[in-house]
Design a protein around this ligand. Structure first.
Ligand SMILES: [Zn+2]
Length: 228
């Protein structure tokens, strides 16, 4: 069993493990479905209801993947047997070797994404678990936030001002109720030379957000709106 550790190098891992096929967001989605099944088991007593619930979870998980080989289906199939928390844990443990890390990013890559930023400190890459990452985000000063996402296999950098909110709210990226802040960045409206500022509430803590992202659609839309 290969365990995903923080010291693993994503580049080596991708070469060593061509079998990896589950992205962080897809893994979070699967994890969420196992939670639903475990809760369902404790609250519903009707066997038929539980069976429907399990098949539904199975179907939803399969839909997260445009293509699945027979081998990959076999890896995901045990979801249907998840009843207890321990079943969920061992199932999720078995998925670990198949998780695709975030694109290998170096400090130089990050600097190139933000050519105008002088003395960019960048994210703490050595502390980043790439297997639990859908996007990178960090603050340079109290209210300046930088994000790096992988938009259709291309690294995209977005920078903006960030004001922490004292109230909880819904994050634009992970769609969860979370400790958020207002991220404001410039965006160009199509066909116009004029910049407009656009604000979105997003999680204050990118690590928390990355643990809650269950689809890349919102992240891609969020990042996409700032592309010219
Ligand atoms: Zn979030």
């Amino acid at each position: 069993m290969i365990h995903a550790t923080e010291t693993d190098n994503p580049i080596n891992r991708a070469v060593e493990n061509p079998k990896a096929f589950i992205r962080n967001d897809q893994y979070n989605f699967i994890k969420d479905q196992t939670k639903i099944l475990v809760v369902g088991q404790t609250s519903a007593t009707d066997a038929e209801v539980l069976s429907v619930l399990r098949h539904l979870a199975h179907e939803k998980v399969f839909k997260q993947f445009p293509i699945l080989t027979d081998q990959q289906k076999k890896i995901l199939n045990p979801l249907i047997q998840v009843k207890e928390l321990s079943d969920a844990e061992s199932f999720l443990e078995q998925l670990q070797p198949y998780i695709v890390p975030f694109k290998a990013v170096t400090a130089d890559n990050v600097k190139k994404l933000f050519p105008k930023a002088k003395k960019l400190k960048g994210p703490k890459l050595e502390n980043t678990n790439f297997y639990k990452t859908s996007y990178l985000a960090w603050t340079e000063s109290a209210n300046l936030m930088y994000l790096v996402a992988d938009l259709t296999d291309q690294l995209i950098g977005v920078q903006g001002s960030f004001t922490r909110s004292t109230k909880q709210g819904i994050c634009t990226i992970c769609n969860s109720h979370s400790q958020v802040g207002l991220f404001i960045a410039k965006t160009k409206t199509s066909g116009s030379e004029q910049f407009i500022k656009r604000g979105n509430y997003i999680c204050q803590d990118a690590e928390v957000c990355n643990g809650q992202v269950k689809t890349l659609d919102r992240l891609n839309d969020f990042v996409g709106q700032f592309q010219k």
